[in-house]
Unconditional design. Structure first.
Length: 134
């Protein structure tokens, strides 16, 4: 009986270790997030804010994905080699969305820690042109 329990625990541990290695999810500072946007054109930039917050301004070229269905649609059509940069107003919704992504997709994920509010406070560019938020 002890042997079966030990084998079960080891099996679970190995499974979790493999899954943890697959998930590449990092919370990054506003300055690092800006650097990632500037350094690499291959990323997908996603705003998971509520619509009311998105209308107050968003990072240029961000795709607005208020619902998980929209988020999944974006990711279903995005090669896993493209990193995901994700943000929201304060950083909480994007963390939840990052975990949803990490469970289902093998993308590298970078979540903006303090949200677009900190982005604005640091003076980085924000857009209100809804035609550009796809």
């Amino acid at each position: 009986m002890k042997r079966i329990l030990l084998v079960s625990i080891l099996s679970i541990f190995v499974s979790l270790t493999i899954q943890a290695q697959r998930i590449e999810f990092k919370k990054v500072s506003t300055n690092k997030f800006h650097s990632l946007i500037e350094e690499d054109n291959n990323h997908i930039l996603i705003d998971v804010s509520r619509e009311i917050d998105h209308l107050e301004g968003f990072i240029p070229n961000a795709i607005f994905a208020e619902t998980s269905e929209k988020l999944y649609h974006i990711l279903d059509t995005t090669p896993s080699t493209r990193p995901i940069l994700i943000y929201c107003k304060h950083g909480k919704r994007c963390l939840k969305a990052s975990w949803l992504i990490a469970e289902k997709y093998p993308h590298k994920i970078f979540a903006l820690k303090k949200g677009i509010e900190d982005w604005k406070a640091k003076g980085y560019k924000v857009s209100n042109d809804l035609d550009s938020s796809k």
